[in-house]
Design a binder for this molecule. Structure first.
Ligand SMILES: [Zn+2]
Length: 143
């Protein structure tokens, strides 16, 4: 690959690299070279967008990658780039840091289970006594 700051470089991808290096082949800085390892783990959550209606936004997207010439030593070895929500990125997560994130997500899912149980209880208690098709009906009926 031609280097933007001069010269040519021949890079051998690590086993399992899934990067499309076509843009690198047109010229790049060596420190920007990224090898992706394996596929991306991601899920989406539907969110309401005022313009487009319901849109699916990725959350907790994770990708293992290595940037062998990065100035950041954490990213010169295989690491995870985590995108907790669209457009927000945390780079350089090693196994200990990723395990901590996973533990927090699991704990949050436990909390979401509690919210779910509270929601079911609230609906069971409040909805039978009102016509939910009327705006604000359950508020006035629940007093
Ligand atoms: Zn590669």
């Amino acid at each position: 690959m031609p280097l933007i700051d001069g010269g040519l470089h021949t890079e051998v991808c690590p086993a399992g690299c899934t990067s499309d290096h076509s843009s690198d082949a047109r010229g790049a800085f060596l420190e920007d070279l990224v090898h992706l390892l394996g596929g991306e783990a991601s899920m989406t959550v539907g969110v309401e967008d005022g313009v487009e209606g319901m849109v699916q936004l990725p959350v907790l997207r994770a990708q293992i990658q290595v940037e062998p010439y990065s100035p950041d030593a954490r990213t010169r070895v295989p690491h995870v780039v985590l995108e907790p929500s669209a457009g927000e990125v945390v780079s350089g997560l090693g196994p200990v840091e990723l395990a901590a994130v996973i533990a927090r997500v699991r704990a949050h899912c436990d909390r979401l289970d509690e919210v779910l149980a509270q929601l079911v209880a609230a609906r069971t208690e409040l909805l039978p006594s009102c016509d939910a098709s009327e705006p604000g009906a359950w508020l006035s009926d629940s007093k």
